[in-house]
Each structure stands twice: as structure tokens, then as C-alpha cells.
Design a protein around this ligand. Structure first.
Ligand code: CTP
Length: 497
């Protein structure tokens, strides 16, 4: 079957959709013209598989809010007023097993052409009249060469003011490029360079939403690097400006910022290989872990990738030089964690995202320290207890960080980093049973047993017993009691010295 007919088939699928049929009937009671525009048509021409959720945008020549209400009433949907000024409303409904989000927006200008001219990218300017589609016409209006741009995999701004009108479109464009493996045309790139500074005006929530889309594709690096080249990254993350060209010690072949970008590239390159080294079941667990939503369907993977960019952000603050002229960056992970938390707040990340980002930066050196030598069971246990659910992401970050370090010292014999140990540790993490076991002794039982009041000693004893149990040094309650007595005695005698 030819390409054209595949598109026609997709378009017919839209026309024959039961909800679309109903909209056609509603239109008969409505005086203005209604056009299907935007992403739904773009996706037809991109040969994208129809999504689970139907998201249709309608440009309405008439009272769009009244039409949205009419549709909500007729289909039993929920009416949500999105913006009074542009008369935009959404109707949300479920039909069978499919969820629909229907956006109705008044034409933004006196004609359809002028409305489309005000939109972001040519690939989003296809339109078809709902009535015509209902009557079997498949003639799509294409004023701005959208089909040609889709064919050439090109994201092109509709007008020179596209980003001035809404600077968020810069990130939307980058997200389209990442999602469809498209590229900007050179004139659009020039407009981005000209207008990137305007992104400061955009609500941070909107920025974060689009940024997370860019980072969420399996290979985001080329797009992040592209945003960097066009000056977008330094507007969103001014803290990174000082990292550019900032030289580091002999382990590194790149300055701090260039190394941070390289770390992202290495992370994305190594994940498939790490998965291949794991059993299928564990690889599936790793994938589920990385895709776990930390907020608004934004994944842990996006925060892991962000931490690749920010893990060394504290270095300039912590630079020192010893008598041999060697640079050191003591405690840069602590300084970096604080800066990352500030960035997280500024981007309005959720609390969980910010906390995760902060911990990723704070602990990013820990896995490397762990595998300087074959890690003992105790060291592994302590690492996982300390870093909790962030442990696997930290191991991936450490692997990527290491791969992005190719200075002369990183190849020296004294620099030991057991990559395979880290991968087997990661694999081991996903074989740990998630079953919660009851503690051998509770805090109350410990207080009764030893006659000590509540306080830090009880917390410490509980952790020691938990660790000894994980290392199979104590197996039952009576052994746990013996250990508690021993530790308590040691502590009291140390205190009395
Ligand atoms: N649009 C725009 N500028 C924006 C946001 C949206 O011009 N900042 C226009 C585009 O023409 C877009 C349409 O409004 O096609 C609908 O926007 P939206 O639903 O956010 O995106 P889609 O293009 O439908 O893409 P997606 O698949 O991501 O929903």
C-alpha cells in the first residue's frame, strides 16, 4: 500500500471515530465553521500510530466556548475553561476505553490562514474542515508547506515573530525535534539564537514540562547539545556559564561543562549495554525504575539525565590548588547539591524531583568510592541503606561520569574503578526481594531490654541490627538481643572512659 493511502486511511480513521461522528452532528446545529488543526493532523502525516488518548484541536470560526459546552453536554464530557481571552475550552471524556481531550479555540484572526500564521511551526499548520471530512473529503489545507517540511523532517517557525509571541515554542520545537528525530531549518535556528533570552519570561512550570519532554527520549544528548549551542541552556541554567571552559585535574580531558554534557551522552550510550548484561527480568525492573513517574508523569530518567548535567556544578566554588600545582575540588558534591536544589525550586520541580536531584548530586561520588576495591557486603549494604531508591540511578551516573573522564590520570594504574562490579551491584539491586520483613526487634522492645530512654542510641542500634541481619551475622531475635546488649555495653563503657 502506498504512503499516500496509508495517510488517507489514517485520516479516515479519524473521520470514522464514533466521537468525531458525533462532533460532525453537533456541528450541524452550530453556525460557524470548525477546523481540525494541529497535532492530530501532523501525526497523520508523520505516520505516527494513533495514540491511546485522542487529542484533537479545533479552530472555531464562531463562539468556541458555546461549541465546547454543546459538545460536553451532548457527549457527557467535562467542560474545562482553559483561557477566557483566547476563548479556549477543553472537553474531556471517555468513550469506551478511549480517553478524549478536545480543545476548542476561537480562530485567532479573521481567516483560517491568518490564524495558522500565528502558530508555532509549519508542521502544525495543517487543517481540514470538520464538515468536509465528515462528508468524505480528505483534502487537507496546507498554506505553509507543512507536508514538505514533514517529508524533509524539518521544524520551521511559521513566522519571524513565532518565538517573540511565545518563547516557550523554542523548547516545544526542540521537543518536536527530539520526538520525531527532526531538525530545525537554519533560519529558525537564527531566530532561536535571537530570542532565547526571552525564555526567562516564561512560567517555569511550562519550561519544565517541555524540557522534560526533550530529556525523555532515549537519546536526548544531541538535542540538549543543540540547545546549548544556540544559547538556550545558559538562559535556563545560568549557573552553568562559569563551568564552560573551566579546567579540571588530570583525570579529565574536558572542562567541567563539556564533561557534564559528555556524561549525559555516555549515560544514554551505556544504558542499553547495561540492560543487555542483566537478565530479562532484571532489565525490565531497571526500565520500570527509570520510567517511574516522580511527578506529573515525569520520569526518574529525566532527573537522572539532569543530574548528569549538574553533578559537578559545585566545582568552581570548591577549587583549590596544592603545593604540586594539582587542582582539587573538595566537597564539590555538597556545594553542588545546594545549587541543584535551588535550580529545582526555580524550575518548580516537584518536591520529590528536587529531593532526588539534590541527592543524585550529593552522592554522585559514592559508587566510585565503593568500587575502588571489590566492594564488601557491608560496604554494599551501607551504600544502599544510605542512598535508598536512588542507588541504581547513582550507579548509572557514576558509570557515565567515569566514561566521560578520559584524562591521562584516569588511565593510570592507580585509578581503579571496577565498572563490572558496579554493573553486577546494579543487577543485584533488582534481584533484592521488595518484601518488607518485620524487624527482629522494635525500638520499644530495645528500650525495655536495655532500660534506655528514647533517643539516638535506639536508632543507631536498630540500624546496626538491620545491617547485621542483612549480612547474616544475626539470624533470630535472641541473637539480635545479644548483639544489642553487646553494643550497648560497649557504648556505655566508651562513654564512661
Ligand atoms: N500552539 C502554538 N504555540 C504554542 C502551543 C501550541 O502555536 N505555544 C499551536 C500549535 O499549532 C499546536 C496547537 O496549538 O499544534 C495545539 O497545541 P498542543 O495541543 O499543545 O500541541 P500539539 O501540536 O497538538 O502536539 P502534542 O502532540 O504535543 O499534543
Amino acid at each position: 500500500m502506498s504512503n499516500i493511502s496509508a495517510k488517507e486511511r489514517r485520516l479516515r480513521l479519524v473521520a470514522e471515530d464514533p466521537v468525531f461522528r458525533k462532533i460532525i452532528r453537533i456541528e450541524q446545529e452550530f453556525s460557524g465553521r470548525i477546523y481540525l488543526v494541529g497535532g492530530a493532523l501532523r501525526d497523520v502525516f508523520l505516520n505516527q500510530r494513533p495514540q491511546e488518548k485522542r487529542e484533537w484541536d479545533f479552530a472555531v470560526g464562531g463562539d468556541s466556548l458555546a461549541l465546547a459546552r454543546l459538545t460536553a453536554d451532548a457527549l457527557g464530557g467535562v467542560f474545562v475553561l482553559l483561557d477566557v481571552q483566547t476563548a479556549t475550552a477543553r472537553v474531556v471524556l471517555r468513550y469506551g476505553r478511549t480517553r478524549y481531550e478536545l480543545d476548542f479555540c476561537r480562530l485567532r484572526a479573521s481567516s483560517l490562514r491568518a490564524d495558522l500564521k500565528k502558530r508555532d511551526f509549519t508542521i502544525n499548520t495543517l487543517a481540514i474542515e470538520v464538515k468536509a471530512l465528515g462528508e468524505g473529503s480528505l483534502k487537507v489545507t496546507d498554506f505553509f508547506g507543512a507536508r514538505e517540511d514533514i517529508r524533509r523532517k524539518r521544524v520551521r517557525a511559521v513566522s519571524r515573530s513565532a518565538f517573540k509571541d511565545d518563547p516557550l515554542r523554542i523548547l516545544r520545537g526542540e521537543a518536536f525535534c527530539a520526538r520525531f528525530k527532526f531538525s530545525f531549518d537554519s533560519q529558525t535556528e537564527q531566530l532561536i539564537q535571537r530570542d532565547a533570552g526571552l525564555l526567562k519570561r516564561v512560567a517555569p512550570e511550562r519550561v519544565t514540562e517541555e524540557l522534560a519532554k526533550v530529556f525523555s527520549v532515549p537519546r536526548a544528548y544531541p538535542y540538549v547539545a543543540h540547545m546549548d549551542r544556540l544559547g538556550v541552556v545558559k538562559v535556563l541554567f545560568p549557573e552553568t556559564v562559569v563551568l564552560r571552559g573551566f579546567q579540571q585535574g588530570g583525570f579529565h580531558h574536558l572542562p567541567v561543562w563539556e564533561h557534564s554534557l559528555e556524561t549525559l551522552k555516555c549515560l544514554e550510550g551505556l544504558i542499553p549495554g547495561v540492560r543487555r548484561k542483566m537478565s530479562l527480568a532484571r532489565a525490565a525492573k531497571l526500565e520500570a525504575y527509570l520510567q517511574e513517574s516522580l511527578a506529573f508523569r515525569r520520569s526518574r530518567l529525566w532527573i537522572l539525565k539532569l543530574s548528569c548535567l549538574l553533578h559537578d556544578i559545585g566545582k568552581p566554588l570548591c577549587q583549590s590548588r596544592d603545593e604540586n600545582g594539582h587542582y582539587h575540588f573538595y566537597s564539590h558534591e555538597k556545594a553542588g547539591a545546594e545549587i541543584s536544589a535551588t535550580i529545582g525550586k526555580r524550575l518548580r520541580l516537584s518536591q520529590k524531583e528536587t529531593e532526588t536531584l539534590k541527592k543524585m548530586v550529593f552522592y554522585h561520588l559514592r559508587p566510585g568510592q565503593l568500587v575502588n576495591q571489590p566492594p564488601s557486603r557491608r560496604a554494599r549494604f551501607r551504600f544502599i541503606r544510605q542512598t535508598g531508591e536512588n542507588a541504581p540511578a547513582l550507579m548509572l551516573l557514576a558509570l557515565a561520569d567515569r566514561k566521560a573522564m578520559q584524562g591521562p590520570l584516569s588511565r593510570s594504574r592507580n585509578f581503579i574503578f571496577r565498572q563490572d562490579d558496579l554493573i553486577s551491584l546494579l543487577s543485584g539491586y533488582f534481584s533484592l526481594g521488595k518484601k518488607k520483613t518485620r524487624p527482629l526487634l522494635t525500638g520499644n522492645e530495645l528500650m525495655r531490654l536495655l532500660g534506655v530512654p528514647p533517643g539516638p542510641e535506639i536508632g543507631w542500634l536498630l540500624r546496626e541490627i538491620e545491617e547485621a541481619r542483612a549480612l547474616r551475622r544475626v539470624k533470630d531475635r535472641s541473637q539480635a538481643e545479644q548483639l544489642a546488649r553487646r553494643l550497648h555495653l560497649r557504648k556505655t563503657s566508651e562513654a564512661s572512659v
